[in-house]
Design a protein around this ligand. Structure first.
Ligand code: HEM
Length: 433
């Protein structure tokens, strides 16, 4: 008898769900007021995302072309309202910031990699981390430290490029720039060498593990049965190994820094020292797991490209960098979840629990975002890009190798990344160089 009873309940449930969610995700509000692609019962548009031919960003762009700058879709239990209207960006990121929180799906899927670092926390933990990190970035010595690190690592890049200019061999600039960003960041903030530039012929295991964990964290967003799949798949095992490698690596850095602090007579002024010494309002210091999460979050923040007063003179180089970011924003979508029912500036209601996917607008510069969670690394990023560009272009000419796609294609990833290597021919700008 209980079996019959259960079967009736299940059939009843299916009927109810099909009736109420005929083309939208289960549990989502019906939004007749907004245009958007039709989904299938219960799952909404999940399968369109899972089996898409192009990237997530391209798919959202296709829909924006079809439905306009404000449209909606559902993925299983979540409704997304996509917008790139400048007033909505300003409203959600700044004016009513308190009513829009971090995307819980992002927090959950990236937990293995970045745990409770600045990108995934809200409330008092976020405030505390933000205060500390901005303290470091706005510190008196920071500009000098940053300048010195960028110059040091740019010189290594130049020596490396000379070998390619001499031999005429093609070089993958995408890989080289990535190595440069990671090494500069390690040098500048934690006083460590990730050895990405010194081991140029080998892809450092730290980088491959980091890239792998980042890619899997992103794929998880559209994988409702991911826990089960990862438990029994090779991918799950590789992800586990990659995170374990990163954990061990970072814990080693923390321990050796701690030992160094004990023996050094002079204070070691860098971000790791600042984080280790910081005490919150309850008199508590970060434990090693919290330190690990903050460090890995900052490495994610350090995007693969990035004030010193002098660089302000290079107005056109800086403008070219900003224009590139405006056309290709590195954080292409920012998902926020609405806390209390609200109304967006164009009079569109948004209900509690719905997601607002914000896309930087091509007509308003928002690539570093705005409001209380605006990027803390904008100046560092600008410094890195401008100095590197000046130093490399003074010495070399770069030419795309034949067969390279232009404009390039992008990967499906948390951050906008080129899909293919950037194979380039390097030559000296002057014959005597
Ligand atoms: C071209 C390079 C960069 C771009 C386009 C960029 C863009 C952004 C964007 C859009 C956000 C907001 C993300 C969100 O709320 O989901 C962000 C946050 C952040 N960025 Fe950057 N960023 C860049 C480089 C850097 C660098 C070099 C650092 C320094 C390590 C950095 C540190 C941060 C931090 C700490 C946050 C978190 C702020 C918070 O949540 O309070 N960024 N960045």
């Amino acid at each position: 008898m209980p079996n019959v009873y259960h079967s009736i309940l299940i059939v009843n449930d299916i009927y109810y769900n099909l009736k109420w969610y005929p083309n939208n995700g289960v549990g989502t509000n019906y939004r007749k007021d907004l245009p958007g692609p039709k989904g299938v019962p219960i799952f909404g548009n999940l399968f369109t995302f899972m089996f898409k031919k192009n990237t997530y960003i391209e798919l959202e762009q296709e829909w924006a072309n079809k439905y306009g700058s404000l449209y909606t879709f559902t993925i299983f239990k979540s409704r997304h309202v996509v917008s790139n209207d400048p007033q909505t960006l300003e409203y959600v990121l700044k004016t009513n910031f308190k009513n829009f929180k971090r995307d819980p799906a992002f927090i959950e899927t990236s937990h293995d990699l970045i745990g409770e670092g600045i990108f995934t926390v809200d409330g008092s933990m976020w405030k505390f981390q933000r205060k500390l990190i901005s303290q470091q970035f706005q510190g008196r010595n920071f500009k000098d430290l940053a300048f010195a690190s960028v110059i040091r690592k740019s010189e290594i890049m130049i020596n490396h490029l000379k070998k390619y200019a001499d031999s005429g061999k093609l070089i993958d600039l995408k890989d080289l720039f990535f190595r440069f960003t990671i090494d500069t960041f390690g040098d500048l903030t934690f006083g460590i060498d990730f050895e990405c530039l010194s081991n140029i012929d080998d892809k450092a295991k730290f980088v491959t593990s980091f890239e792998y964990a980042q890619a899997v964290s992103h794929e998880r967003v559209l994988q409702p049965f991911r826990k089960l799949i990862e438990k029994y798949s090779k991918k799950g095992q590789r992800m586990h190994e990659a995170c374990k490698y990163l954990d061990d690596y970072i814990y080693k850095i923390i321990n050796s820094h701690r030992s160094k602090l004990k023996v050094e007579k002079k204070p070691v002024n860098n971000m790791l020292t600042l984080l280790m010494d910081a005490v919150d309002d309850n008199g508590k210091k970060f434990n090693d797991k919290e330190l690990r999460d903050i460090i890995l979050s900052l490495i994610i923040a350090e995007k693969p490209i990035p004030l010193y007063d002098d660089i302000k003179l290079f107005k056109y180089t800086t403008a070219t960098f900003y224009e590139t970011l405006r056309l290709y924003p590195i954080v292409p979508v920012n998902g926020k979840v609405c806390i209390k029912n609200d109304v967006l500036p164009n009079n569109t209601p948004i209900y509690a629990g719905e997601y607002n996917n914000l896309k930087p607008n091509k007509f308003k510069f928002a690539s570093f975002h705005a409001g209380p969670r605006t990027c803390l690394g904008e100046q560092l990023a600008t410094l890195e890009v401008v100095i590197l560009a000046i130093m490399l272009l003074k010495e070399f000419k770069f030419e795309l190798a034949s067969g390279q796609k232009f404009p390039p294609e992008f990967k499906d990833a948390m951050l906008l990344q080129m899909k293919d290597p950037l194979m380039t021919k390097v030559s000296y700008r002057t014959i005597n160089s």
